[in-house]
Ligand binder design. Sequence first.
Ligand code: URP
Ligand code: ZN
Ligand code: ZN
Length: 482
Amino acid sequence: MGLLVKGGTVVNHDHTNRADVYCDNGKIISVGTDLDVPPGTEEVEAHGCYVMPGGIDPHTHMQLPFMGTVASEDFYTGTSAALVGGTTMIIDFVIPSPQQSLMEAYETWRGWAEKSVADYSFHVAVTWWDESVSADMGTLVKDHGVNSFKHFMAYKNAIMCADDVLVNSFSRCMELGAIPTVHAENGELVFHLQQKLLKQGITGPEAHPLSRPPMVEGEAANRAIRIAGTLGAPVYLVHVSTKDASDAITYARANGQQVYGEVLAGHLLIDDSVYQNKDWATAAAHVMSPPFRPPEHREALWKSLQSGNLQTTATDHCCFCAEQKAAGKDDFTKIPNGTAGVEDRLTVLWDQGVNTGRLSMNDFVAVTSTNTAKIFNMYPRKGSISPGADADIVIWDPKATKTISAKTHLQNIDFNIFEGMNVTGLPVKTISQGELVWSDGKLNVTKGRGRYINRPSYPPVYEILQKRQALNAPKAVERTAQ
Ligand code: URP
Ligand code: ZN
Ligand code: ZN
């Protein structure tokens, strides 16, 4: 049966208008006033509210096996929390161990994700290189709807990629019409600084940001961008946390390079003073990489988001509870890295972005949904309130308020980095695949209703990039025989 969202104001990334939205069979059928809908259509009241594309979080790690433990949030609890927060799709990461086949890891993650209640897709990490990796990348793009590959430049002795892997994999992405993405931190420098701090007897969470200063991110961001630029490939930088990295993106874009940047809600709102907390568990709960930064970086990140040099927002939702964090009680390098946020991203960005005037409502839609859909080739199926799009919708009450707390959130973690924040503007109803799944404080979902979303490669974009490369193609000098 169809569903009519009635009386609200539709906000897309490019326009705002008073309109009702009629959905059927999981799709948006029509948008406008005085819509002709079949008798008996369920009505969803949206007076006084904004009707926006559901959020897409392009960076989550549900039930990730990492640093000797497994993230506490799984695909069922994590996508449930996402829907409560107005996010109707996540893009998670398949992360093969070095030497593990990409296809084997991909099948494992697909199995774990079957319990999802919201739509999902996967970036696949390249953690090592040989011909089988290259072949698996081809299979993933051609047969499994994967159009993005992730590269960790940090986490030495685990999943870190050296430059040879970056070069081989970025080149392969170019052949396949896929986009390389990077976690930009110089893993050698991090390792060196970690050992030095431990030797100096600085073993607590306050050492975490000291081992990963902004320059460490700036160096890796510049390197990834220059490697991509040399190969003529696009590149997407995940969780940009510093002015250093964001300036590198801005510079490259100003010089015609196709570079994209993502920023986390946490990096926009929280600063590095959290690591000075006298309570070890509280400081450790904030250990994630890259770390929270001094306030001047936050301001630079907001400006980059406003100017379009950073295009997407995410959470890097990767939950570890206090007992898991305690593994690093005597050695900060053993504290599992990760924080939560999939439930809170839209709310905190509305409160600190739209309510403060930093972002317009249309910018908000762009950076929480549409730009991700565009960059990862799902637009306008996702990220749009328009006929033919998936009926993934958030109904937003700009006057509703709450105080964020781990005591009341649904996320499967005992800590909330936004604890105590009073926010105005809430997702009061969420529609996923045309079904009203979150309304009046109640979540109504069945396990496994989430769908895997194929993201095809982008031949037209790559044709342009290849033409640009051809403009500068090297030529052998023709010499007369002697
Ligand atoms: O601290 C983090 N971010 N943990 C998850 C893995 C990653 O680097 O994204
Ligand atoms: Zn990362
Ligand atoms: Zn991550």
